[in-house]
Design a protein around this ligand. Structure first.
Ligand code: SF4
Length: 75
Protein backbone atom coordinates (compact mmCIF):
# COMPACT_ATOMS: atom_id res chain seq x y z
CA UNK A 1 0.00 0.00 0.00
CA UNK A 2 1.33 3.41 -0.98
CA UNK A 3 2.33 5.95 1.66
CA UNK A 4 1.63 9.59 0.79
CA UNK A 5 2.08 12.82 2.67
CA UNK A 6 -1.29 13.88 4.00
CA UNK A 7 -0.64 17.25 5.66
CA UNK A 8 1.82 19.36 7.63
CA UNK A 9 1.60 20.30 11.28
CA UNK A 10 3.41 23.00 13.21
CA UNK A 11 4.27 22.00 16.75
CA UNK A 12 3.04 24.97 18.81
CA UNK A 13 5.44 24.41 21.70
CA UNK A 14 8.50 24.23 19.47
CA UNK A 15 7.71 27.17 17.18
CA UNK A 16 9.72 30.23 18.14
CA UNK A 17 7.88 32.47 15.66
CA UNK A 18 10.96 33.30 13.60
CA UNK A 19 8.73 32.89 10.52
CA UNK A 20 11.45 31.23 8.44
CA UNK A 21 8.79 29.02 6.85
CA UNK A 22 7.01 31.95 5.21
CA UNK A 23 9.69 33.27 2.79
CA UNK A 24 11.05 29.81 1.85
CA UNK A 25 7.67 28.54 0.66
CA UNK A 26 7.47 28.84 -3.15
CA UNK A 27 3.68 28.78 -3.15
CA UNK A 28 2.84 31.07 -0.22
CA UNK A 29 1.20 28.28 1.75
CA UNK A 30 2.20 29.84 5.09
CA UNK A 31 -0.08 32.83 4.99
CA UNK A 32 0.85 35.23 7.75
CA UNK A 33 2.76 36.00 10.88
CA UNK A 34 1.44 34.51 14.13
CA UNK A 35 -0.70 32.42 14.34
CA UNK A 36 0.79 31.33 10.99
CA UNK A 37 -2.29 30.16 9.20
CA UNK A 38 -1.59 27.47 6.66
CA UNK A 39 -3.31 26.97 3.30
CA UNK A 40 -3.13 23.23 2.75
CA UNK A 41 -4.32 23.57 -0.84
CA UNK A 42 -1.14 25.49 -1.79
CA UNK A 43 1.28 22.96 -0.36
CA UNK A 44 3.21 20.81 -2.84
CA UNK A 45 3.44 17.24 -1.59
CA UNK A 46 6.94 16.63 -2.91
CA UNK A 47 8.34 19.82 -1.35
CA UNK A 48 9.87 19.98 2.10
CA UNK A 49 11.58 23.37 2.06
CA UNK A 50 9.86 24.67 5.18
CA UNK A 51 10.50 21.46 7.11
CA UNK A 52 14.21 21.70 6.33
CA UNK A 53 14.39 25.44 6.98
CA UNK A 54 12.76 25.46 10.40
CA UNK A 55 15.52 25.93 13.00
CA UNK A 56 13.49 24.25 15.74
CA UNK A 57 12.04 21.39 13.65
CA UNK A 58 8.58 22.53 14.60
CA UNK A 59 7.01 21.59 11.24
CA UNK A 60 6.45 17.93 10.55
CA UNK A 61 4.58 15.84 8.04
CA UNK A 62 1.77 13.42 8.73
CA UNK A 63 1.62 10.60 6.21
CA UNK A 64 -1.27 8.44 5.05
CA UNK A 65 -1.23 4.74 4.41
CA UNK A 66 -4.71 3.78 3.29
CA UNK A 67 -7.06 5.09 5.95
CA UNK A 68 -4.33 5.25 8.61
CA UNK A 69 -2.50 8.48 9.46
CA UNK A 70 1.14 8.13 10.48
CA UNK A 71 2.74 10.93 12.49
CA UNK A 72 6.16 11.25 14.09
CA UNK A 73 6.91 8.84 16.90
CA UNK A 74 6.64 10.29 20.40
CA UNK A 75 10.00 10.46 22.17
S1 SF4 B 1 6.33 21.86 2.00
FE1 SF4 B 1 6.95 23.39 0.45
S2 SF4 B 1 5.02 24.03 -0.56
FE2 SF4 B 1 4.47 22.97 1.34
S3 SF4 B 1 4.24 24.63 2.86
FE3 SF4 B 1 6.36 23.85 3.01
S4 SF4 B 1 7.59 25.17 1.67
FE4 SF4 B 1 5.42 25.47 1.11
Amino acid sequence: MMITRDHLVRHPDRCTHQAVCIPVCPTGAWLSTPPYKFDESRCVETCRLCLDACPTQSIYAVFRKGSKLIGPQAK
